[in-house]
Design a binder for this molecule. Structure first.
Ligand code: H2U
Length: 350
């Protein structure tokens, strides 16, 4: 009988944040990289697009005019998924037909007035302003008594359902903890209660020793491909210091966070020499007026591309009915990302 080798043999890995397992099939991509590099034609977007709903000074779909903003611009989503208004509700307590109203506030955050930029193409100082805006929004939204959680996220690229190429993200603040956050909180909490330390701090310390899944490190943050990563090039930014939310960051940490966001998104663009699509988002402590010593600030990047700029990983049959599955091992993905240049491919000849 052959001895188990995790670079060859199918196996399952445990995700301690979600208390879920994933299936890894590394034998389906034995060599570190077999895929061809297909370039897609980049669109030549102007700095300002008169037809863009998010550009400075333009009129949005509902007739409201955007400010003539010069860095970040935040507005309440004109087509919000959640509404602030309270409604009268009688809970019928039917076990198999549970339903409860949900209140919230949805915002859109334009990262830059420049229509043709994306995060990896922005200066670190400009990304710092985005982080500053996220901090302000976390405070403002979290101060409402009916808001218990603030989800900051970005959908980048049409493949991720992004409706507009203008650099922007969204914030959905709501009264309940969404399912992924509730699960993460529960698992961080039970680890904290058992060991009196942060699960992610302990995990990060061990990853920094092992080194094989580390992509980028700076003074205050680490980017790694999680041991339990689902998407082919999924990564996570983890703060070296154990703190729970974005407003706990010092000025140095804020700068380092902006730097590492630029670092990983540049590497992503360099992977297939394309504007790399992903959904990303910050998982941080709820704003439910309860202390959260268990929480450890982190940011997820979930990119769908697998082999090239045009071939994505489909989470379909087995994944929908069984569990998430990946072909390339997290260690192979980390090696590929780590070895990519740190300078954006569009500027490499400058
Ligand atoms: P996405 O690209 O991730 O879909 O985000 C764009 C958001 O901007 C989307 O949620 C909002 C959409 O509702 N939007 C407005 O609020 N006003 C507009 O005029 C256009 C788009």
């Amino acid at each position: 009988m052959q001895k188990f080798n995790n670079n060859e043999h199918p196996h399952r890995r445990y995700n301690p944040l979600l208390d879920e397992w994933i299936l890894v099939s590394p034998h389906r991509a034995k060599r570190p990289w077999q895929g061809q590099k297909e370039k897609i034609i980049e669109d030549n977007r102007p700095e300002h697009d008169a037809d863009c709903y998010l550009c400075a000074g333009n009129v949005r779909a509902n007739g409201i005019q955007n400010e003539n903003y010069s860095d970040c611009f935040v507005f309440e989503n004109d087509f919000s998924a959640l509404l602030k208004e309270e409604v009268a509700f009688e809970n019928k307590n039917q076990q198999l037909f549970q339903l409860k109203p949900e209140r919230g506030i949805n915002k859109v955050v334009c990262f830059s007035p420049k229509h043709n930029l994306t995060l990896p193409e922005m200066e670190v100082s400009e990304i710092e302003k985005v982080v500053q805006t996220w901090k302000e929004q976390y405070i403002e939204l979290g101060s409402h008594d009916f808001i218990n959680y603030v989800q900051i996220f970005e959908n980048k690229g049409s493949i991720m359902g992004c409706s507009n190429p203008h650099p922007h993200g969204q914030i959905w603040a709501q009264s309940s903890l969404p399912t992924q956050v509730e699960k993460t909180k529960k698992n961080l909490r039970s680890y904290y209660e058992k060991y009196k330390t942060s699960l992610l701090k302990d995990y990060l310390d061990q990853e920094l020793k092992k080194e094989d899944r580390i992509v980028l490190v700076n003074e205050h943050f680490v980017v790694l491909v999680p041991f339990w990563a689902t998407w082919p090039y999924e990564t996570m930014i983890i703060s070296k210091r154990h703190f729970g939310n974005i407003i706990a960051m010092t000025n140095e940490e804020t700068k380092a966070f902006a730097e590492i966001i630029k670092g990983i998104t540049v590497k992503y663009d360099n992977l297939f020499e394309t504007s790399f699509p992903y959904s990303s988002g910050i998982h941080q402590a709820p704003t439910d007026r309860v202390s959260h010593p268990e929480w450890h600030f982190h940011m997820h990047f979930y990119p769908p591309l697998l082999r090239s700029a045009t071939v994505k990983k489909f989470m379909v049959g087995y994944e929908m009915l069984g569990e998430a599955q990946r072909d390339i091992s997290p260690e192979q993905s980390a090696t590929i990302l780590r070895e990519l240049p740190n300078q954006h491919y569009k500027t490499k000849n400058n």
